[in-house]
Write a protein that binds this ligand. Sequence first.
Ligand code: P6P
Length: 328
Amino acid sequence: TEHDLALPVGVTLDRFIMRSQSAFPYATGELSQLLRDIALAGKIIDREVNKAGLVDVTGAHGTSNIQGENQQKLDVVANIRFIRALKNGGEVCAIISEEDEDILYTGNDKGKYVVAMDPLDGSSNIDVNVSIGTIFSIYRRVTPVGTPATLADFMQGGRKQVGAGYILYGSSTMLVFSTGCGVNGFTYDHSLGEFILSHKNIRCPQDGSIYSINDGYYNSYQPAVQEYLLDSRQRGYSARYIGSLVADFHRNMFKGGIYLYPPTQAEPKGKLRLLYECYPLALIAEQSGAKASDGYGDVLDIEPSALHQRTPFYVGSARMVDDITARL
Ligand code: P6P
């Protein structure tokens, strides 16, 4: 993280990427370009999200994604925009998305990277003007450059991610990511059309008093989780649950806190997806001194077995995650 600290807040994302790349003499610039492509897609989606209420882009699109959830138009738009930006950028040979059942091939078989993404998480919040977010995870492909990607490129496991992050479309739009040397946050300046370094080397407080969970499922949580919730109330913790994972995760990163999505009757393996929600946020968590667990071990150590597999997810301040995992 030393080279991250060498740059003052206020520099553009581009300058930050260039400086970071120069810290890696063997870097050939493809990952740098990929990060720029992701930032471009984020700018485009920011524009779509901010005008959503005006051009009737909100509201159900009538189709449903592979999750069987009612697909919001902005979900579709975000998915298309990200795929197009990554395809045009040329660095990515294949993509998996929450919105598509199968691997999406970009045609860039010379691309060295694959991306797993949730293009717009929290989509049920779109119509009510609540923060939503993009989550992305980057792997260097393991199959030969020049050949089509395969499932193996996506089944490398969380610790093989070369980059991960999220874009939070909130009161401001922020890009937060890590390439393994700490976590940095960039705030989108609409007047410049640039992401500006605003939060250097983000560190999550080791402890906190905010817990994020859907209390409505209390009766279907296992006893250890129910006890944890009762203790949290006893301790006078604050309950903050936005219904957008990225927004809850981001707030807890700065204020300290824990986000919990335990197994429920409806989702006995948890609701959240390993490859494009939990792995990337687990990388961000670990890179900022926080923790991410499935209740039994680090999320990053979970063996992947399917593109859209789900996992229980407990993420945030290290001491809080330790507290719940000690009970499970
Ligand atoms: P529930 C949104 O659909 C999401 O994936 C997360 O962003 C959010 O935290 C969670 O699911 C909300 O799920 O079951 O509490 O409505």
